[in-house]
Design a protein around this ligand. Structure first.
Ligand code: PRP
Length: 211
């Protein structure tokens, strides 16, 4: 008998798109679309149980085995390096990790560069690779305000459409890495629920190619 596969979906706009892909792949759970505060949805016939989690928490659920698989942004995977398998590029949630600042920004190499970011590991690694000393200012959101108020010289953040930067008179100074959503798996689940997980990956892969 097939075992139930627990799937952590990122709550929000991306998660809804991801669910639609799973639905098209043959793993529907219509109650998930009802307007409610419920977080867990099961379709035992299809052998799946979905739960909505904060996008940045998906990798934690998967790494610790509370979810067998999930969909997480490459930004989170790069920042936290969770011990998981990355199985598939979902080709959605596309954006880039970038350095941004005022158009007038000029780097003063006589002192450490002040970098505001949610992604301190990505920022640290990037600037280490350039041999540039930085002073990380770790923020939780609205990072764009930091260089405007002089809290930092630049920011390292996600840029999708570029609207947030534009509307705050900032611009991309350097692109660090392209980002997209990835299907990830718990390592033990991948071994012991291999058939089920491989089947899901194949079906999702086919749908992604079609859409
Ligand atoms: C992200 C990111 C930027 C914005 C970029 O923020 O931190 O602020 O999206 O998108 P854009 O290029 O399309 O304008 P998010 O909405 O995740 O909220 P946050 O401020 O809490 O990080």
């Amino acid at each position: 008998m097939n075992q139930i596969i627990n799937i952590a979906l990122p709550k929000g706009r991306l998660g809804e798109k991801v669910y639609n892909i799973f639905e098209m792949a043959g793993y529907p759970c219509p109650s998930i679309k009802e307007d409610s505060r419920k977080l867990i949805f099961e379709n035992s016939e299809a052998g799946i149980r979905y739960f909505w989690v904060k996008p940045s928490d998906v990798a934690i659920y998967v790494e610790r085995g509370a979810a067998d698989i999930g969909v997480a942004g490459k930004d989170i995977l790069l920042e936290y390096s969770p011990d998981i398998y990355e199985l598939l590029d979902m080709n959605m949630g596309k954006c880039r990790m970038a350095v941004a600042g005022k158009s007038t920004f000029r780097d003063n190499t006589q002192r450490p560069l002040k970098v505001a970011t949610k992604f301190s590991n990505i920022a640290q690694e990037y600037y280490s690779s350039l041999g540039r000393d930085i002073d990380i200012i770790k923020l939780q959101g609205s990072i764009e305000i930091a260089p405007i108020l002089g809290l930092s010289d630049v920011i390292v953040d996600i840029v999708e459409t570029g609207t947030t930067l534009r509307e705050n008179n900032l611009e991309v100074l350097e692109t660090i890495v392209p980002i997209s959503a990835r299907l990830i798996s718990n390592k033990v689940s991948f071994k012991f629920k291999n058939n089920e997980i491989e089947t899901i990956v194949n079906k999702i892969g086919k749908v992604i190619k079609e859409v």
